[in-house]
Ligand binder design. Structure first.
Ligand code: FES
Length: 176
């Protein structure tokens, strides 16, 4: 699958905030079943989580488990979270994906533009990409940019949120 990883780069409206030194958390779904659909415990997702934790040697990569990431149809699933960066959801993983998850997380951890590089990403994290979600800072930068340009949309936003100070980044909570 081709995926445009450059879409958010270089545009002040959409550029994510950067942080060279940050922690990536891998969240592995502990309740995912494999292709057999079996309910037997431990579930394959739990095994993948344990193997990923075992494979991790990086202090700036954390491995956590959570029940159901809402991606059940794509079988074994995991998400990557990093403060100030885009979040990623992956599916169609195998129980043998632990080292790929760690390699992908380390690649993402070293990224300075808030995005996970496509080049160098393990194949299962290319094929298995389900979604990527921008951080709140992504929109704060856009609000900032729009406020500084006083375009029509900015005026509309100010009309909707008259108490907000122009030029001060606002959160999604302020954006009805
Ligand atoms: S059971 Fe794993 S995503 Fe739902």
């Amino acid at each position: 699958m081709e995926f445009d990883e450059t879409i958010a780069v270089g545009d002040p409206c959409v550029e994510a905030s950067t942080s060279a030194v940050s922690v990536v958390t891998i969240v592995v779904c502990s309740s995912c079943r494999d292709a057999s659909g079996s309910d037997a415990r431990p579930r394959p997702g739990e095994l993948l989580g344990a193997a990923t934790r075992e494979a991790n040697t990086f202090p700036d990569v954390r491995v956590e488990q959570a029940e159901c990431l809402g991606n059940c149809k794509r079988r074994l699933s995991a998400a990557f979270i990093k403060q100030g960066a885009w979040s990623y959801v992956f599916g169609d993983l195998g129980t043998d994906a632990a080292h790929d998850l760690i390699a992908g997380a380390k690649l993402f951890q070293q990224s300075t533009d808030g995005l996970m590089p496509w080049r160098g990403r393990p194949d299962c994290l290319k094929r298995g990409l389900v979604a990527r979600i921008p951080p709140p800072e992504h929109f704060a930068a856009m609000w900032d940019h729009m406020a500084s340009h006083k375009c029509g949309q900015t005026k509309e936003m100010e009309r909707r949120a008259p108490d907000a100070t122009p030029g001060v980044p606002r959160t999604l909570k302020d954006n009805p």
